[in-house]
Design a protein around this ligand. Sequence first.
Ligand SMILES: *Cc1c(COP(=O)(O)O)cnc(C)c1O
Length: 458
Amino acid sequence: MELPFSESYRIKTTEALKRSTKEERAAWIKEAQYNLFKLKSDAVFIDMLTDSGTGAMSNRQWAAIMTGDESYAGASSFHELKDTVKSIMGFDYFLPTHQGRAAENVLFSVLVKEGNIVPGNSHFDTTKGHIEHRKAKAVDCTIDEAFDTTIDHPFKGNLDLEKLEKVYKDYPKEQIPCCIVTVTCNSSGGQPVSIQNMKDVYALSKKYDIPVLYDSARFAENAYFIKLREEPYKDWSIKEIVAEMYQYADYATMSAKKDGVVNIGGFIGFKDEETYRQACTFSILFEGYVTYGGMSGRDMAALAVGLDENTEFDYLETRIKQVEYLGKKLMEYGVPIQYPIGGHAIFVDANKVLPNVPKEEFRAQTLGIELYLEGGVRGVEIGALLADRDPVTRENRYPKLELLRLAVARRVYTDNHMDYIAAALKNVYDRRNEITSGFNITWEAPIMRHFTIELDKA
Ligand SMILES: *Cc1c(COP(=O)(O)O)cnc(C)c1O
């Protein structure tokens, strides 16, 4: 008999989960003003809120914690991390930061000026935030296929070269500080970018003399998809693919809380010395001296090991197969999800599950609350609440996709947990026609409202 797939690690430490009753959950979510972010973590049985900073470190990473060098300047942990980034991604110049958005803050303080245009593939929220905060504009050049959850395409994170060239033709190069390639593309559902597309984007950008920046949070998951889906690379190791990917980048910003599998951390990689030198000043201003940039020595040591381990095929296969396992289970139950399944999360199409809830009463949020009530599973709304109001008209914006995201933490839950989540969502799905009303806003912040919003039953 053919041996089945099984995980490429075993478990040495455990953390107890607290079960609760439906009555308890009803009281807790009401107390939290129907905002899943406001729940205490022990009111949650299985937490699918995010895969950011929630991963389980390996025994080698925990061992590295004890070797952390906490010297203010020149720590050996800094050099370990710098050398690892050089060997994996090929960057000669490197600055650590406390997380991904801090890397954006430091690098964009050098690159992005008022009135600039920054093309890219569905910029991540904080990336867009740091661009708009500097009174510049992010232009989305993702391929159209990315916006239909039912189209099967191997690289839905790809940039559309015509859309990109239009930006390069419409604006002078002085106004375009860089092109951002997000690998994998978080905002379009953890969808990968192909090497071919990376090469094409780089060649086009060189033609117009524009640098290319990789927003790298899930670069290793992207490399795994390249190995599986892009023919010329099927026999390459993940590390070889990663090295090839970064041939076509001038800079990288990294949220190490994702593919670094650490609880906090980030960095910037540079190929040119001049930009690095300018960024050092902003690092010292915002993050810390250039050899720690907001990270402790032990965290840099654990990240160096994390980057090395998590650019190995066996780890990535276990990780991505678990996401796929959950997705396939849901598809078996008929629950409409985004296809193909991405690298870090399942996205449930709330417009299809709850069409009887008026869109003004927030379908994906309603679905998220129903799932929490059903089984104590916490997801996150990626829909109208997240989309905020139009800055000019102050009307609610209703994006094309109204999704409930179930992010899978790295090496944290077992496939039994995935079965439980799928069953809880199936139960909600089976009674979907009885769910006819959602929620109204009782208080909201002027921007990024979803984190702190207060709601009540409509
Ligand atoms: C998470 C993320 C960021 C921001 O990183 P933080 O560590 O959360 O500050 C930027 N870009 C992408 C694609 C991300 O997924």
